[in-house]
Design a protein around this ligand. Structure first.
Ligand SMILES: [Zn+2]
Length: 497
């Protein structure tokens, strides 16, 4: 499996530290508001990556932090006259809610910054003692960038360039402009914890290092996040691990591309800013996942509601194909036995090999740096071929091949976290009543009776006993239900309106 590594600026063969196990960390949100669809894109991309690794048989430990103490949270709390803890807990809940709606698997561990202060202080102490960090008279602690020779390797920047031209802000007493805060002294009224440098709170860049080491052990196999985190966040994370433990924080860095809306950078002032919640309130999560994953995770993604509607239409068509295939795969599919034996041999063989091709292409694309766009393309091709097949063979569909095609679509889309399985067939209430009556009579369950009813009509039609078939249809119609005859059989649906 080839994965693009930000630090190498190239794809390389993926070899986890321990065979069969992947230690993965993706930076989580700062919980001060609903996340936007750009964040949603990042989390869906890494969810698909994680699911694929799991599908390949890896035991994946996925850690994602919640930054629940930060300037943005403190500012919002002040504006709204409530505590930072209240704001953080509201938006932590909101984040988990939207992730669940989006079908993102929960992390194996989801540590909160405020519950990891001890390990963070321990890390900062190590850095200070090792001469890589210094405390200021005000009680802040800074990381000394020039003490770390590998600084700049992750993002491909040169320390000299970073230091040249930049000035130290007057209100900060750090030694060099590129130095970053590990610990921030508390201002009055701010949430704070006791430390060797006085009351304060940890800096954001320290959080992920302490948590990745605590829950996964560094170097981890994969560290991911949006591409806006490469610098300075990930560079700063790596510097701390290198300085404290002489090891990089991660063996491989993955970054997802930015999302634009209608061709422009998303911003509140342009009026094109959308929260994930707002989009999920209006559209199915599966359609949004399909849209997001139709672009390779590293490429910029252009979002628009028009494109989302297009994805929704495509998703619905795939579901219809899977339903039609599932129907054709019923062993007792009406009419299947009535077709000329051997008549559909050639198209059946074509569909059977299309299923194998789609599987190969899907895995080939995903093994090549998680090319979800190529993988989805292969599944669309299979669906098109399946539709052609069903139209061509009519009632003579070969159940095994139809089943294999349906299963491939459900399973492979499922690896991307997109459900295309037909909804559980629920019988209309009136039919259940009729079936219950019949069941009493025949001694079976209502479901069996309903099935028998549909089957009886199918048999009547297959035997060209139109009178019997019509009598059953009329009895069902009297209940306000419609019998729908499709090329692959009959089903009963509630009448529209
Ligand atoms: Zn991080």
């Amino acid at each position: 499996m080839q994965i693009y590594d930000t630090e190498c600026r190239a794809k390389r063969e993926f070899t986890p530290r321990e065979a069969g196990r992947v230690r993965m960390y993706v930076c989580g949100p700062t919980v001060y508001d609903q996340i936007h669809i750009g964040n949603g894109r990042t989390f869906v991309a890494f969810d698909a990556i994680r699911r694929y690794l799991e599908a390949k048989g890896y035991d994946v430990t996925f850690v994602q932090n919640l930054t629940d103490v930060d300037d943005k949270i403190i500012n919002r709390a002040a504006e709204e006259g409530r505590s930072a803890a209240e704001v953080a807990s509201e938006y932590s809940r909101a984040f988990r809610e939207q992730m669940a709606r989006m079908g993102v698997e929960p992390p194996s561990v989801q540590p909160k910054a405020t519950e990891e202060i001890g390990p963070m202080i321990a890390l900062i102490k190590e850095l200070v003692e090792g001469g890589h960090a210094y405390a200021t008279p005000a009680g802040d602690v800074y990381f000394s960038v020039s003490s770390c020779p590998s600084y700049g390797e992750v993002s491909g920047r040169r320390v000299e360039d970073l230091l040249a031209g930049a000035r130290v802000e007057v209100d900060e007493d750090k030694r060099e402009s590129a130095d970053f805060a590990l610990w921030k002294a508390a201002k009055p009224g701010e949430p704070s914890w006791e430390s060797p440098w006085g009351a304060g709170r940890p800096g954001w860049h320290t959080e992920c290092v302490a948590m990745a080491n605590r829950y996964l052990g560094v170097p981890i196999d994969i560290h991911g996040g949006g591409s806006d985190l490469v610098f300075p966040h990930h560079e700063n994370e790596n510097a701390q691990a290198e300085a404290a433990w002489g090891k990089p924080i991660a063996n491989l860095w993955m970054h997802s591309g930015m999302l634009r809306v209608d061709g422009e950078k998303m911003s509140k002032s342009l009026g094109n800013f959308h929260t994930l919640k707002e989009v999920l309130d209006r559209y199915p999560a599966d359609a949004l996942r399909l849209l997001l994953l139709q672009t390779h995770y590293r490429s910029p993604l252009d979002f628009s509601f028009e494109r989302l509607e297009g994805a929704q239409g495509a998703w619905e068509r795939i579901k219809n194909t899977v339903s039609a295939l599932t129907w054709a795969a019923r062993d007792d599919a009406t009419g299947a036995s009535a077709s000329e034996p051997g008549a559909a041999e050639e198209p059946t063989a074509v569909l059977a090999s299309a299923v194998d091709e789609a599987r190969n292409e899907f895995f080939g694309a995903m093994d090549d740096d998680f090319n979800t766009a190529g993988a989805i393309g292969a599944l669309f091709t299979l669906a098109t071929k399946a539709n052609t097949y069903l139209a061509e063979v009519g009632e003579g569909a070969q159940p095994n091949v139809a089943r294999a095609a349906a299963e491939a679509l459900v399973e492979l889309f499922g690896i991307l976290g997109i459900s295309v399985a037909p909804e559980e067939a629920t019988l209309p209430a009136e039919l259940v009543d009729l079936a219950a009556e019949l069941a009493d009579f025949a001694g079976g369950t209502p479901e069996e009776a309903a099935e028998a009813l549909i089957r009886a009509r199918g048999t009547a039609r297959a035997e060209r006993n139109w009178a019997a078939a019509d009598a059953i249809r009329d009895r069902i119609s009297a209940l306000g239900l419609v019998v729908e005859d499709t090329p692959t059989g009959s089903r009963i649906v509630a009448r529209e309106g």
